[in-house]
Design a protein around this ligand. Structure first.
Ligand code: ACO
Length: 155
């Protein structure tokens, strides 16, 4: 499986994977906004025939803050391709680009409290910590953990 930077041509495939994998969905315009504004931060995993089997859609935080902050809008991997290390690689590629291109100090994301697979990926594999609990963050009323990872070398 190849991991590469996402292009405009990948956006429909990313949106399709998102619709299959997650209840949090976005307009095509929002994918386009990510790709045009932060083209270095979103990646896809593709099979040998070029089909998208996983993606990370990421951005820089737009609210004014003291330090530049990266944010993962969405990440997912199609079911038959899970536990192959793809999400780990997608996250690392995006994190490296956040630091290299935007001097990111840290990265944040939200995750459902019940999403054990994703929480394990973020906390156990990637070293994120829970920094907030957001009540009823999701449309169906489920709480979110706000998670954060401070990049090495940042204070
Ligand atoms: N159960 C427990 N731990 C898991 C699981 C699982 N099902 N899946 C991954 N992990 C942890 C493990 O520590 C794993 O390391 P190991 O395989 O050596 O034990 C580590 O994460 C790395 O796993 P990857 O193989 O890189 O993860 P994968 O490619 O399978 O993708 C993902 C993980 C993205 C959570 C996938 O299960 C998925 O697409 N789920 C549905 C969509 C989703 O929940 N996305 C995240 C929403 S939050 C957000 O988008 C910000």
């Amino acid at each position: 499986m190849d991991i590469r930077q996402a292009t405009i041509d990948d956006l429909l495939g990313m949106q399709n994977a998102n619709l299959l994998n997650l209840p949090e969905n976005y307009t095509f315009k929002y994918y386009l906004y990510h790709a045009l504004t932060w083209p270095e931060l979103s990646y896809v995993a593709v099979d040998p025939r070029g089909r998208i089997v996983g993606y990370i859609l990421a951005k820089m935080e737009e609210e004014p803050s003291e330090e530049p902050c990266g944010h993962v809008t969405s990440i997912s991997v199609l079911r038959p391709y899970r536990r192959l290390g793809l999400a780990n690689k997608l996250m690392k590629q995006s994190q490296e680009a956040m630091v290299a291109h935007y001097n990111a100090h840290h990265i944040t994301l939200h995750v459902r409290k019940s999403n054990r697979a994703a929480i394990s990926l973020y906390r156990d594999t990637l070293g994120f910590e829970v920094h907030a609990m957001e009540k009823s963050y999701y449309a169906d009323g489920e709480d979110a953990y706000g998670m954060r990872y401070i990049f090495t070398g940042s204070k």
